[in-house]
Design a protein around this ligand. Structure first.
Ligand code: ZN
Length: 127
């Protein structure tokens, strides 16, 4: 499935604004289901191992089962992911690299040059 480019603006904590581009990939139903199943099985195996820890297994097993369900549902409910992205910091004009993560705007990141908090918003933020 092809990735699309999404233009964003990067608002630094002092109010200055830069621009950037995100590479966003839309995940299909079967892909999300497969990844959710793989992660669900992985967390379930860890939960199964916690059975062998004395006394703590009374807490760890129920927590593990709940975590398995939450992890699988969260992965399955993620239709888009940001593969990568980059932009210009509004405060220092340095390059900001955005790492792989769930797609959802706005989100916060930190400039690698000036270490200021940067909010990545949709393009319509009045730059
Ligand atoms: Zn900066």
């Amino acid at each position: 499935m092809a990735a699309e480019e999404v233009k964003v603006c990067l608002a630094s904590s002092d109010g200055r604004v830069g621009s950037g581009v995100l590479c966003v990939k839309t995940l299909g139903f079967m892909r999300r289901l497969l990844v959710a199943l793989v992660w669900g099985v992985a967390v379930l195996l860890l939960t199964a191992l916690s059975v062998f820890i004395p006394i703590l297994h009374f807490v760890l097993v129920p927590l593990g089962l709940i975590t398995t369900l939450l992890v699988a549902l969260r992965i399955f409910a993620t239709p888009k992911i940001i593969l990568s992205g980059e932009g210009i910091c509004g405060a220092c004009s340095g390059k900001i690299h955005i790492r792989k993560r769930r797609f959802g705007l706005p989100f916060d990141d930190v400039c690698e040059n000036c270490h200021r908090a940067v909010t990545i918003k949709s393009e319509k933020c009045g730059s």
